[in-house]
Design a protein around this ligand. Sequence first.
Ligand SMILES: *Cc1c(COP(=O)(O)O)cnc(C)c1O
Length: 226
Amino acid sequence: MNQIPERLAAVGQRIADAAARADREPGGVQLLAVSKKKPARDVLAAWSAGQRLFGENYVQEALEKIRALSAYPIEWHYIGRLQSNKLAEIAQHFSWVHGLDRLSHAEKLARLRPADAPPINVCIQVNLSNETSKGGIGEAELAELATAVAALSGLKLRGLMTMPDPACDEEQTRETFRRLRQLLAALDQQGLALDTLSMGMSGDLELAIAEGASIVRVGTDIFGPR
Ligand SMILES: *Cc1c(COP(=O)(O)O)cnc(C)c1O
């Protein structure tokens, strides 16, 4: 049973409604379809319904899909945890990386990005719930990392990403998104020209759009439970 086109349309409508309520242009919010743990045929079903941006968390699994679907000009985003030994493949095969949280990874990605490819777009992941188990840099270290990353060639710093603690209630989740927007504004003040807030998933994309999300990352509500 393939309900992907219908689910995709429903998510698109939620995005449009949330943008309208926030007095934002619907085109100011991009949908990243998170296809982790789903087969290439599901990606193709979404592609055929007009979806162009896809997010993956696991490098080996992603590479199989990227190869299988190489005839389609899909924009692939890596949204998983970065591991040093996977950075070469990420630098070669993805257009975006959302979970950057250390300079050594940024330097390696920049160095490994093929010279004939455009710079790889990156978002720095900020950990706003102080959970040490989760990825992301702390607020206090953000400005220094962002400045160093922005100076690298081979990659382009586009903005910030966050994942609220799933245990957060609605108000805390919204506060987390608001904080990420404030941090982006502060970096802009320092002269970094950033344009991306990667925040919001299936359960909280409306809150994220209300607080300025420019990319929402949605898996379950498009492809079904994993
Ligand atoms: C899996 C994942 C998502 C999508 O989550 P859903 O709740 O299925 O929409 C978004 N962002 C990241 C980083 C993920 O790992």
